[in-house]
Ligand binder design. Structure first.
Ligand SMILES: *Cc1c(COP(=O)(O)O)cnc(C)c1O
Length: 338
């Protein structure tokens, strides 16, 4: 294989050698299958195509300075996928099968795991879809679980930096009692217009308030929000936020650093009181927030006054990345070594 330009990989799909698949038929999960095809032959009446019976996950594998490959918190992704399955009536894939699939697909594509120095990583995408044919609105009786991987470049090519966000009231990502807490494709389809609007206005991403009252902070695009003030890490509690594993990890690290952690509704006005704030998720770990504009109400909450990431965001970012790459001790047992 021609050596890949590891430091300049985009965040996009690149063909690798293998994916792994597990089929659910006759009310049971089958054996793990290794596949080199990129396509999925499927019945045209499959429920994933018509009624959105589809769940996905996202996690990463990192190559350390010591050459070892570390996968971050995969049991958490297994548990979240199971929660999504309960949410849209799909059979739950047992944690052991999930783990077996992830380890297998990473091992089979080991040559695509970027070297430590590049700051890049291997993105792992598990996908579970209803493949059984239905025309009435019912859960399918057959499913396919597939996992593929693709190497992705470092998120901050020009160094860790801040971004501006914009509050969008015109579109909701998810309803208060809808599927926002599940990682399903439908939430993403619902977010496309808001995301396009934010980009058209020159912002990095859209910022959602709660759909019911438009008073409280929900999410920053497809990332969780957190704010820092008075030595406290504050993140919104809501019934329409996807429970981010990065956010959960940052809450623990903040506590380890001697900070207080609060998970509660965060009213929009409180944005003016934060010393720092960030969007968090697997892709970037933390994307520090420069400012959040509320264009309709003519307000602008400037968070990073000097335009630079603050000290707490920087420390949290370095700590979490350090654990992922094996530079920091894994005191919470978050890492699985391949
Ligand atoms: C996946 C996702 C996140 C981030 O979750 P992580 O587990 O930290 O990657 C946040 N919000 C939404 C809507 C998501 O789909």
């Amino acid at each position: 294989m021609k050596e890949l330009d590891w430091a300049n990989l985009p965040f996009g799909y690149m063909k690798t050698d293998y994916n792994v698949r597990v089929y659910y038929r006759n009310e049971q999960w089958g054996e793990l299958e290794v596949c080199s095809e990129e396509t999925i032959p499927m019945h045209m009446a499959a429920t994933c195509l018509h009624y959105g019976q589809e769940a996905f996950e996202g996690l990463k594998a990192f190559r350390g300075k010591d050459g070892k490959v570390r996968i971050f918190r995969l049991e958490e992704n297994a548990a979240r996928l199971q929660s999504t399955c309960r949410g849209i009536l799909m059979p739950e894939l047992p944690t052991e099968r999930f783990k077996e699939a992830i380890l297998k697909v990473v091992k089979l594509n080991e040559r695509f795991i970027p070297p430590y120095e590049s700051g890049a990583s291997l993105y792992i995408r598990p996908l579970l879809v209803g493949t059984g044919a239905q025309v009435g609105v019912h859960p399918a009786n057959e499913y396919l679980f597939v996992v593929f991987v693709t190497p992705v470049g470092p998120y901050f090519k020009g160094g860790f930096s801040t971004n501006p966000y914009v509050i969008i009231r015109e579109f909701d990502r998810s309803a208060p009692l809808g599927t926002g807490i599940y990682k399903v494709g439908g939430n993403y389809a619902a977010s496309l217009r808001a995301n396009k609007k934010a980009h058209d206005l020159g912002y990095a991403c859209e910022f959602y308030l709660d759909a019911k009252e438009k008073k409280y902070i929900d999410e920053c695009g497809a990332a969780n929000f957190f704010g820092i003030k008075d030595n406290t890490y504050i993140t919104p509690k809501s019934t329409s936020i996807l429970p981010s594993i990065t956010n959960k990890s940052l809450m623990q690290l903040a506590e380890d650093m001697g900070m207080k952690v609060e998970r509660r509704p965060v009213p929009e006005e409180e944005l003016s009181t934060f010393e720092e704030a960030g969007a968090c998720g697997t892709a970037a770990v933390i994307s520090p927030i420069e400012r959040i504009d509320d264009v309709e109400n003519g307000k602008s909450y400037v968070i990073a006054k000097d335009g630079k990431p603050g000290p707490v965001c920087t420390e949290l970012y370095n700590k979490l990345r350090g654990i992922q790459y094996g530079d920091e001790p894994d005191i919470h047992g978050w890492v699985t070594i391949l």
